[in-house]
Design a protein around this ligand. Structure first.
Ligand code: SF4
Ligand code: FES
Length: 378
């Protein structure tokens, strides 16, 4: 199963694997990109299976292993997994909330060969951050983790998801990430899938708030040039063109869920009719080249108008399949964020309902992320 396989020329080898080691997490962020129906602990892949998955990934050409969750530190075997990834030549990126990592564990991870840490922050102020994450004391724990990451000499990226409750501090979060010793900061406006879709009413900022925050962060590029790299994921709903989601369907990366399902993107299961293969039954190479879900939207033959004859199609690949599914009912349609989409009015109408959101009105209650999926809205 581990032997390198011949890679068909038409399909480039995958560059990265996002391994959702577990969906368990002490935090409960209302914008979590995990599915609303989370994988339970009982069905999680065991250590040996994950090791095989990483060996196969390396053999298939993968360079980067993003160890994610949930909270990957909820797994006792995290250090062993990192060690194995390192041994098979993968660059390891730990995507963590920081909760579950103490100083000794950070040293163990560093000794195991961990290459990079991406630490999430919910806000630049403790009280608000803890409310958003649904975990009291989380903010303080993160401060310690950032310090330990710096002490062991691992490069740190800080990730901040922006929404109505923290958008007033989008610029401050760049500053804050710099103070934490990060070399890179991701200011990512919420993408409305999964839990964020469920909480859209409480999360979506107004256009005025959004424009102000985007301008503020962009202005900081000059101030922080040479000090910290700013990755800025601008908000979808107010855009003219869609983003090239995942860099194109099954073009660069794959996701593996805690229970071993291989997905072309984290929200792919929201598209009905796709057949997903499991790493318990198929090798990574086999999945990458042959799994029906991976081939469903590869290339451009599946496209319908206006994408089919659009000059931008090889640039944005028609946007996001999952968003097209959620908002138009057909994953082949142009992402309706695109102003050329016949469904764009729907996005504009949704955005318009948030046009007048008052920054001073307190954010509504969240449906916090929990293992027990909430009942679908009536
Ligand atoms: Fe992209 Fe399709 Fe819009 Fe063209 S029509 S810009 S390919 S989403
Ligand atoms: Fe699935 Fe964009 S999240 S293609």
């Amino acid at each position: 199963m581990n032997a390198p396989q011949k890679i068909p020329e038409a399909i480039p080898a995958p560059v990265g694997i996002l391994a959702e080691l577990t969906h368990r997490c002490p935090l409960a962020c209302p914008y979590c990109s995990n599915p609303v129906e989370l994988d339970t602990r009982e069905g999680e892949l065991d250590t040996e299976t994950w090791k095989r998955v990483f060996s196969e990934s390396a053999a298939a050409g993968v360079l980067h292993a993003h160890l994610s969750g949930g909270e990957p530190a909820s797994r006792r075997d995290l250090t062993e997994i990192v060690k194995h990834c390192h041994a098979v030549g993968l660059y390891t990126n730990l995507i963590t909330s920081g909760v579950g990592i103490n100083e000794a564990r950070m040293h163990e991870l560093a000794d195991a060969g961990l290459d990079h840490v991406q630490l999430s922050i919910q806000d630049a102020e403790a009280e608000s951050a803890d409310r958003i994450g649904g975990y009291k004391g989380g903010f303080a724990r993160k401060m310690d983790v950032a310090k330990w990451v710096n002490e062991v000499g691992i490069p740190l990226t800080v990730n901040a998801v922006i929404h109505r409750a923290n958008i007033a501090r989008a610029g401050r979060m760049v500053e804050f990430a710099y103070e934490l010793g990060a070399r890179r900061v991701e200011i990512a406006h919420t993408q409305y899938y999964a839990w964020a879709y469920l909480n859209r009413q409480a999360l979506m900022p107004s256009r005025a708030q959004t424009e102000k925050a985007v301008a503020e962060v962009e202005a900081l590029r000059k101030v922080y040039a040479g000090k910290i790299v700013i990755d800025h994921v601008v908000p979808d709903y107010y855009a003219k063109y869609p983003k090239a989601c995942m860099g194109g369907w099954a073009k660069r990366t794959l996701n593996v869920t805690p229970h071993g399902k291989a997905l072309p993107c984290h929200a792919a299961e929201t598209i009905p009719g796709l057949e997903f293969w499991n790493v318990r039954d198929h090798s990574i190479s086999d999945i990458w080249f042959n799994a029906p879900a991976f081939n469903a939207f590869r290339g451009e033959d599946w496209m319908v108008e206006p994408c089919r004859s659009c000059p931008r199609k090889s640039q944005d690949h028609g946007g996001c399949r999952c968003q097209a599914m959620a908002l138009t009912g057909d994953a082949r349609n142009a992402d309706p964020i695109c102003h050329l989409s016949p469904f764009h009015d729907k996005v504009a109408a949704i955005a318009a309902t948030f046009e007048e959101v008052d920054a001073n009105v307190p954010v509504g209650d969240y449906v916090y992320r929990t293992l027990k999926a909430p009942a679908p809205a009536a």
